[in-house]
Design a binder for this molecule. Structure first.
Ligand SMILES: CC(C)(COP(=O)(O)OP(=O)(O)OC[C@H]1O[C@@H](n2cnc3c(N)ncnc32)[C@H](O)[C@@H]1OP(=O)(O)O)[C@@H](O)C(=O)NCCC(=O)NCCSC(=O)c1cc(O)c2ccccc2c1O
Length: 150
């Protein structure tokens, strides 16, 4: 069957979830330590797979036999976060390649931007560690989070 094309009407979805900043995330200065932000970025990617793409990480790794390592990541820390802050994380796809997906993930607290991460994930076959094209199904689901070129 011909894979369904992603149309403009399908695009521009944004995945959102919230993470409360806990004591375990903070350094002695009382602000979120940057490796913890990267864990939250990872958590956002996992939640997106589970809820947004309806293809959980356990399904992907244990049943489908592929993974999505990060080949590149940019990060900008705009303002500090403190214990008790509730961060709203949102994720969009900025580019969908043959085997790669470029993401923009931002964390805000209320209206205030705290961090922006721009990871590039690559679909790899777990047994070989080599890139494999996205399946038509996952490509179509990821396509709905693709932001239209401005
Ligand atoms: C990932 C690799 C196997 C890719 O190998 P290679 O670069 O040789 O492949 P290609 O040249 O064919 O390129 C494939 C594809 O990637 C794009 N690309 C390659 N390099 C870059 C780059 N620097 N920036 C942007 N894009 C790049 C290229 O354009 C191709 O795209 P197409 O769409 O055109 O097909 C190999 O690079 C590799 O194995 N790298 C090491 C990966 C790694 O170890 N990362 C750190 C650890 S990963 C990790 O800890 C991790 C754990 C998790 O639990 C995660 C959970 C959720 C998300 C991420 C997780 C995660 O990253």
């Amino acid at each position: 069957m011909e894979p369904r094309r992603v149309t403009l009407a399908d695009m521009n979805q944004k995945f959102e979830h919230k993470i409360k900043v806990l004591f375990q995330h903070c350094d002695p200065a009382g602000i979120v330590f940057y490796p913890r932000y990267f864990e939250m970025v990872n958590q956002t990617v996992e939640e997106w797979h589970e809820v947004g793409l309806r293809h959980s990480f356990s399904q992907m790794h244990r049943e489908s036999g592929y993974g999505v390592p990060t080949v590149s990541i940019g990060a900008e820390f705009t303002a500090p976060s403190h214990m008790g802050d509730v961060l709203t994380w949102s994720l969009e796809v900025t580019k969908l390649g043959r085997t790669s997906a470029h993401l923009r993930i931002i964390a805000v607290c209320g209206e205030a931007l705290r961090m922006t991460a721009t990871p590039v994930l690559v679909s790899v076959h777990m047994a070989t560690g080599r890139p494999v094209p996205w399946s038509d199904d996952i490509r179509a689901r990821m396509g709905s989070f693709l932001i239209a070129a401005k």
